[in-house]
Design a protein around this ligand. Structure first.
Ligand SMILES: [Zn+2]
Ligand SMILES: [Zn+2]
Length: 276
């Protein structure tokens, strides 16, 4: 999960996202609209009998904010462990790595220390074709080796090559998330060529000055970043409540970066490999 605003757990219920699926929460910065959901979410996890460790990646001060509340509610005795991972607000940093994905944080430009996040999928091993397994009677003990690039020798000495036996999975994809930030070209290199970019666009250009003073972006800013970073697709959000209709923000972004989408509550967006 990335950021945890006030309505998070009710939205998770509405869209049927299981609480036990959340093991890592990446918090971009400590403004209320990005953290007020945490205590509610953690309390619900306690009620549901969670035992699994929960990992929080954030500014080190989050620990102070949360443990005061956890102390009040649970005397700091939770049935599961919370691990705090402090972010680096000076330079890009690898913060998570498993067999499927690597996550990096990188500094943005907001009123308080803020990080964006980049998720890079790892290449998956190809699938063995079931009809080939049957045709050549490939024993289970050989299958992993073939997936990893090996060939297969039949009992009568024929070599069947890896490429004939396997089907490639999709190309590894990447997604970057730029939460609150003003226009700043310094983080472009951290989001270069990602397949999908989420970038905040709080204002339209008629409020350019307000965007500057509050360290937020306009639709135009987000699109200029997307264009220079050569991303596949841009989604924008975090629209100011002053806009009853975000069309002006979307329009100005699309004028610069046509493949832009405005996000609404509950949207599900597939990360597709960008065209070369
Ligand atoms: Zn903020
Ligand atoms: Zn915000």
């Amino acid at each position: 999960m990335i950021d945890c605003g006030e309505g998070t757990q009710s939205q998770m219920r509405k869209y049927k996202i299981g609480f036990s699926r959340i093991n890592h929460i990446f918090i971009s910065h400590l403004h209320g609209d990005h953290i007020f959901g945490l205590i509610g979410l953690i309390s619900t996890m306690v009620l549901l009998g969670r035992e699994k460790e929960l990992h929080l990646y954030s500014h080190s001060e989050l620990r102070k904010f949360l443990s005061a509340q956890l102390q009040f509610l649970y005397s700091n005795e939770l049935p599961f462990k919370i691990s705090y991972h402090p972010l680096n607000f000076k330079k890009e940093q690898k913060i998570f790595d498993d067999e499927k994905v690597t996550v990096y944080s990188f500094p943005l430009s907001h009123r308080i220390p803020t990080c964006g996040f980049r998720f890079e999928e790892k290449p998956a091993l190809p699938n063995l074709l079931p009809e080939k397994i049957e045709e050549f009677r490939i024993p289970i003990r050989d299958r992993q080796r073939i997936k990893e690039g090996g060939d297969f020798e039949t009992s009568d000495g024929r070599i069947i090559y890896h490429a004939e036996l396997t089907k490639k999975k999709h190309q590894p994809r990447s997604f970057a998330f730029c939460s609150d930030t003003k226009y700043d070209e310094s983080y472009i290199e951290s989001i270069l060529n990602v397949d999908l970019l989420y970038h905040e666009a709080t204002f339209a250009s008629d409020n350019k000055d307000l965007a500057q003073t509050t360290y937020h972006s306009t639709g135009e800013d987000a699109a200029r970043i997307a264009l220079q970073a050569n991303v596949g697709k841009l989604i924008i959000g975090h629209f100011s409540a002053r806009y009853k209709d975000y069309t002006p923000i979307l329009n100005e972004a699309q004028d610069i970066f046509p493949d832009t989408l405005a996000i609404s509550e509950g949207d599900v967006i597939q990360v597709n490999k960008k065209k070369a």
